[in-house]
Design a protein around this ligand. Structure first.
Ligand SMILES: Nc1ncnc2c1ncn2[C@@H]1O[C@H](COP(=O)(O)OP(=O)(O)O)[C@@H](O)[C@H]1O
Ligand SMILES: [Mg+2]
Length: 432
């Protein structure tokens, strides 16, 4: 008995038939992801970081502020994210604004969560940092570069057409860049005109060239988080991109997403967070080249340390190669990051091996290791199955202690991430 592509196709067809049923079994019953409300305890102490009685006093004094909703036993009010953001804009505490810090004159800051190892915690970190940043008052765009689409699914996007993924952005860029090059006068330097570069109709007819920047951006259940999603079909990007490069050898294929993001209004978002695929390739190099900062999650075991070391080795080689022999468009080379950080995940403070690895990381990656590892938590294991972050889980749905511990470890890791972003952001070039 042997099996060919036909058997694989048959298995896939079966799976597709069952897909929406499987999704219903494992996802929210109504297929639509919604965001819960947050209690006045959470809003005051955990989100706005204002003393609870001060908070209640403020709301009582100004009835035009959002009123929230009383549920259950009626002792707490529960607020939507929009209401929280309205309070942020309108309330001051001790003359302190509740709006998050953002340097003036800068575009959104781009952080790539990257490691070539699968299971390092990339998607978990990207999801939690996006949610924590949104609760901190930032407007976030997440870009899912991984065809496994974990982050897209977690954010409630499950029916995504491949044109609207990073692959679409790359193909659109190929068409636009090729048109631009064909139109540009080239005879001046060479004396002879270069052959016109042809884009086959199979690509041109998809109409990607005419898509506008916002066409790739989808809303999520969080009103201040948008996403450029991925989908399983985007896996062929790697094949397609290799062909595309031959269609136009002058195309700076690794700068496509960077160019795309440059087309956003500088103040459209505060933070852009990339979730990267677990492999080196066209998509991950696009992520890396568009990033101002690399945040590298790693598990706390020896083999994870080993593969993180090989990740930065491969990345260094790829960046060096691309800096030398490839067209770069308007991207300055070599690629320079404003910051590089390693972040331990699934860390158990009581585990001697983990503590030893944490020390080793700090010794080896001197000054580049986040001080607050993300601890192993049951809340995330549980939430992973339901594709939710600890911020989305209602604390009444699990032991308060478990929820609190999980929330604390992500809060601390996020606060350090934010401070790292803020100091790098100041060093980002001003927008023209
Ligand atoms: N802090 C954590 N505590 C417990 N489980 C975690 C934690 N971080 C990640 N996980 C689990 O580890 C698995 C891999 O994480 P994921 O973020 O998908 O990795 P990657 O995106 O790097 O492949 C997931 O099942 C996730 O729920
Ligand atoms: Mg992932």
């Amino acid at each position: 008995m042997t099996y060919t592509h036909e058997d694989l196709s048959r298995l896939q067809a079966n799976s597709l038939k069952m897909q929406s049923w499987i999704r219903r079994q494992t996802f929210s019953p109504e297929l639509e992801k919604t965001l819960r409300r947050f209690s006045s305890w959470e809003v005051s102490e955990l989100i706005l970081k204002v003393n609870q009685s001060t908070f209640r006093g403020r709301l009582a004094a100004d009835p035009s502020l959002p009123a929230g909703e009383v549920v259950g036993d009626g002792r707490q009010r529960w607020y939507t994210l929009e209401e929280i953001n309205e309070m942020r804009r309108r309330m001051k505490v001790n003359r302190r604004s509740l709006l998050p810090r953002r340097p003036t004159g800068k575009r959104a800051f781009r952080a790539a969560v990257a490691n070539f190892k699968g299971g390092a915690g990339k998607s978990t970190v990207a999801l939690h940092f996006a949610h924590a940043a949104a609760l901190d008052g930032y407007r976030v765009l997440v870009v899912d570069f991984d065809p496994q689409a974990t982050l897209s699914h977690s954010m409630g996007l499950s029916d995504v057409a491949e044109e609207y993924t990073v692959w679409g952005i790359m193909a659109r860029d190929l068409v636009r860049e090729t048109d631009r090059m064909n139109e540009a006068p080239t005879a001046a330097e060479s004396g002879a005109s270069l052959p016109r570069r042809q884009i086959p109709s199979s690509i041109r007819d998809m109409g990607l060239g005419t898509l506008r920047v916002p066409d790739f951006i989808k809303p999520t259940a969080w009103s201040s988080i948008d996403i450029i999603p991925s989908c399983a079909n985007a896996a062929f990007v790697e094949f397609a991109s290799a062909q595309y490069r031959h269609l136009n050898p002058d195309w700076s294929f690794f700068a496509a997403v960077s160019r795309y993001l440059d087309g956003l209004a500088p103040d459209a978002y505060d933070l852009v967070i990339f979730d990267c695929p677990p492999a080196i390739g066209y998509q991950s190099m696009n992520a890396v080249f568009a990033a101002d900062m690399l945040y590298i999650p790693s598990g706390p075991g020896y083999w994870e340390y080993d593969s993180t070391t090989s990740f930065i080795g491969q990345l260094a080689e790829a960046l060096e190669d691309l800096s030398a022999g490839f067209p770069a468009g308007n991207l300055p080379l070599p690629k320079a990051f404003l910051e590089i950080r390693f972040l331990l995940t699934r860390y158990e403070p009581g585990n001697d091996l983990h503590r030893a690895m944490f020390d080793a990381f700090r010794k080896v990656f001197d000054g580049h290791v986040a001080e607050h590892p993300i601890e192993m938590t049951r809340a995330v294991e549980q939430s992973g199955r339901f594709l939710s972050s600890v911020y989305e889980i209602d604390y009444r749905d699990m032991t308060r202690e478990t929820w609190r511990r999980a929330r604390t470890t992500f809060d601390q890791a996020y606060a350090e991430f934010r401070d790292t972003v803020l100091s790098a952001w100041d060093r980002l070039e001003d927008v023209a």
